[in-house]
Design a protein around this ligand. Sequence first.
Ligand code: NDP
Length: 465
Amino acid sequence: MTFDFDLFVIGGGSGGVRAARIAAGEHGARVALAEESRMGGTCVIRGCVPKKLMIFASQAGLMAEEMRGYGWEGAQAGRFDWPVFKHKLDSELNRLELIYTANLQKSGVQIFHQRATIVDAHTVALADGTRKTAKHILIAVGGRPALPGIPGEELGLISDDLFLLDRLPRRVLVVGGGYIACEFATILTGLGCETVQVYRGDAVLRGFDRQMRDMATLQLSGIGIDLRLNVNLTRLERTGDQTRVTFSDDSHEDFDAVIWATGRDPYTGGLGLENTGVHLRANGAIQVDEWSQTSVPSIFAVGDVTDRVNLTPVAIREGHAFADTVFGGRARRVAHSNIASAVYLRPHEAASVGLTEEQACARGDVDVYATTFRPMRSMFAGSDAKVMMKLLVEPETDVVLGCHIFGPDAGEMIQLAAIPITMGATKADFDATMAVHPTAAEELVTMRQPSRRHRLEIPAQAATA
Ligand code: NDP
């Protein structure tokens, strides 16, 4: 049977674009890609990229405060002009979108700027009614914000909406305690919005190392966010131009805007998967094997729609490995362990790779090398903000199982720490590495004694050395 294409990719985000470019540009496959929205997907258009630029924009107040501590009398952040920033942001996103499109075209990928759904194992239908056949179909449609299912939830905004606002809300409520909630609460308070964040648990960033979660929770309150823990919402109503929120204790308050940051769901609805026999997991994610292949041999899926590790670099790796395996004659799998990530908070970021202390303890014996200290730069300026660095070491093998950094530019540091940890470095390898002085990161190679030793059969005891 002859097909219109060797590969039809649905979704022009990080995973889909990489797979299409490698399959067509490097392996000579005939590739088409359909994208219903803007090229670049969540990361480029309504996620990582605009978010990080907003983080940069939001730190002026903290920088001014620090500069006053260095003797710059009267240093002030001034007034933030959202329309000026947004205009620049829009231009930057347009530029990136054009680059993504141009790169696909240069690789010889045929682009369809419309929605595609699946008709059968080798056929997709485009929104204009045409049908295309392909030997392989790759689903890379990502995820969509999940709402909590309470009355009036449609009155709240989702993270996508924030990049489109004409003006910033004066008083805003951010709901959730994950990556997006903590980053957006940090951004909004930094840009001058009166920010309330509510989280249903007792410390934000569930899944991260507990010590780091506690430090992040403290920092959010410390930078002026009204962070309320163990609270949820029961309903939203419109009152004039305000949104009235009822909380789980039956109290209510009015806000200019409410932002849901309550997780993301795989975007599989309406994709036509019921026509194919592709197996889904209970949460709607596409079930794939280690080759990103679904239960239908001609259909593959990468990125957030598979809900493995929902991060841009992971989707890119999965897309690349898929293209090399299927079209390049080079079988490649993606290791989903030891994946580093960072939450871009201010002033200190939270960044991790490998096991948390809690996971390491549950797994077996572990020595914890941890230090907290006030870094030179902010301490001189009069700040009490503390940095935390932690290495988790398996005593029997000396292998470093995890690294957690809470500090300025922790995201940059964890990227480098992730290399030796992925290579299986031991604590002795860290110790043999010469320090770079004076830096905060040098603590990673100068922690000589464990601060805690956990033994499976013995409760945690303080180090005696
Ligand atoms: P997360 O899963 O990180 O957080 C969701 C938050 O919403 C949790 O605090 C969760 O609480 C809470 N929540 C979920 N359902 C409800 C509910 N019904 N009522 C109240 N609270 C609820 O998702 P995000 O949306 O923050 O981020 C989505 C994904 O995007 C992340 O998994 C991450 O991989 C990626 N991302 C990565 C970033 C980075 O690398 N810097 C930045 C932004 C996003 P609980 O903890 O109790 O379950």
